[in-house]
Design a protein. Structure first.
Length: 223
C-alpha cells in the first residue's frame, strides 16, 4: 500500500496550524505540526529522496524565521519543496522566497482550494525531481500531483490578454521593482506604470500586487 505524502506545517500559531491540517485532511496526508522553525530541523533527517514530502512554512516566527529555516533546509534537503504562508505578503518578500526556491507564497487566511493546488504542485515538483535524478520516465501507475489544468489554463488565458507593455510591467513587478524603478527601466513615466499596473490587476482579476505575484509564481512553478 502506498504511504501517504507527508506535510510539515510550521507555524507558531496553534489554532492556525490546526486549521491548515483540517483543510488538508488526515485521510490524504500524513501531517506533522511544529510550533517553531527550530523544532522541525531534527525531523528533516528522517526523510529520504524517495519520500513524498513538502513543508508549509510561516514567514515570521519567534526565533528562527521561515526564510532562515529555508536556508538550512536547502543545505540538508535541497529538493524538499517549501510553500510559504504569511499574513503580510509584499513584493520583496515574495521575490526573496522564490529566489530561495519556494514553490509559492500563500496569504493568510488561506483559501482551501488554493492551498490544495499549492500542495499538489509541491509534491509534483518533488516527484519530478526524483525521476530526473533516477533518469526514469514517469510511471503510469504513480499518483499524480499535478495542479488543476483548468486553473492553469484559465490563468494562461489571462496572461495572454496582456499587452506587450503590460507584460513588461508585470515582469518588473515579479522581479520586485517598484513603480519608479520600473518606469526608469522601461523609459516611461511613473504614472504610466501605475496605469498599466491597475489594468493588469483588473485583467488578472486580483486585488493586490502581492496576490498577483503569488499566482504568477505558482503558475510558472506548474509548467
Amino acid at each position: 500500500m502506498m504511504s501517504k505524502p507527508s506535510i510539515l506545517i510550521v507555524d507558531d500559531n496553534d489554532g492556525f496550524r490546526q486549521s491548515v491540517a483540517f483543510m488538508l485532511g488526515s485521510s490524504l496526508y500524513s501531517i506533522q505540526q511544529f510550533d517553531c522553525a527550530e523544532a522541525v530541523i531534527d525531523t528533516l533527517d528522517s526523510f529520504t529522496d524517495d519520500d513524498d514530502v513538502c513543508m508549509l512554512l510561516d514567514v515570521r516566527m519567534p526565533g528562527l524565521s521561515g526564510l532562515d529555516l529555508h536556508d538550512k533546509v536547502n543545505l540538508s534537503q535541497p529538493d524538499l519543496p517549501i510553500i510559504y504562508m504569511t499574513g503580510h505578503a509584499d513584493v520583496p518578500l515574495a521575490v526573496e522566497a522564490m529566489k530561495k526556491g519556494a514553490v509559492t507564497l500563500l496569504e493568510k487566511p488561506l483559501d482551501p482550494v488554493v492551498l490544495k493546488i499549492a500542495v499538489d504542485t509541491a509534491l509534483s515538483k518533488r516527484a519530478d525531481k526524483r525521476r530526473e535524478t533516477a533518469n526514469e520516465p514517469e510511471a503510469s501507475t504513480e499518483v499524480s500531483y499535478k495542479p488543476l489544468n483548468a486553473v492553469s489554463g484559465e490563468f494562461q488565458c489571462k496572461m495572454e490578454s496582456l499587452t506587450p507593455r503590460e507584460a513588461d510591467v508585470l515582469e518588473n513587478l515579479v522581479k520586485g521593482m517598484g513603480n519608479k524603478e520600473s518606469a526608469f527601466e522601461l523609459n516611461i513615466s511613473v504614472r504610466t506604470v501605475e496605469v498599466h499596473r491597475a489594468r493588469i490587476l483588473r485583467k488578472m482579476q486580483v486585488r493586490t500586487g502581492a496576490e498577483l505575484i503569488r499566482f504568477v509564481l505558482m503558475h510558472r512553478a506548474s509548467q
